[in-house]
Design a protein around this ligand. Sequence first.
Ligand code: NAD
Length: 250
Amino acid sequence: MFLKNKKVVVMGVANKRSIAWGCAKALKEQGADIIYTYQNERMKKQLLKLAEPTDLLVECDVASDESIAQAFQTIQEKFDKIDGLVHAIAFANKEELDGNVSDITRAGYLLAQDISSYSLLAVAHYAKPMLNPGSGIVTMTYLGSERAIPNYNMMGIAKASLETAVKYLAYEFAVDKIRVNGISAGAIKTLAVTGVKDYDQLIKLSEDRTPDKAGVTIEEVGNTCAFLVSELAAGIVGDIIYVDKGVHLT
Ligand code: NAD
């Protein structure tokens, strides 16, 4: 177990299909203690079904600086230091995941960038003083940042921004021996993905392009996440690792 006694904050479990849940399971398998953050009471209800009774569950709506500050203060009071952070959060309005990108509204653009990209910088800011040397921060991105995937639209633009945020954060945090990386996951049927118009085609496209025609699982993404959080990945700084069963190859 390569994360024994390590404390890792996992942000973004909505239900048992969530990529963040795949990450939490893998981190736990490697011995980590998980601190979960949830967006709102509705998400908390789902999380309570999955977390262990002793796990710390903290509300954190990344749309609010006060909420983020409060969440990390609560975590600090309980644990003082942490050894990792998993950011698996994104949001865009349905209208921005359909039709023409030239119709994206200013408000829709800002909202998607705020929740899906800026939030990584915001949580990194509050987590920074608490992260032990050797810690890893991991976020989740998708191939739609690099290629025009039908209807992914606004989220592709936000993911491009997120991936560049990973690089700049990684450069800053590496001085303190904290690594920042991203995982570019293949398409998986989760709550977030159902916001994309014709999302079943997005998933089918992904599955069809894997050499063995089977899409990636949250467990496979989770295992890579556990590795990236851990010091086994000490030499990986500011990278985006594909965990998509080879979709990006074709
Ligand atoms: P999900 O719906 O299970 O998780 C999305 C999470 O974002 C939810 O827990 C939700 O509560 C959280 N969130 C949204 N707005 C928030 C806010 N204001 N404050 C706090 N939390 C907020 O879906 P998922 O697919 O597991 O998404 C996790 C990450 O993985 C996202 O960044 C997503 O873009 C990325 N990703 C998903 C896929 C896929 O195909 N599912 C592929 C690649 C990357």
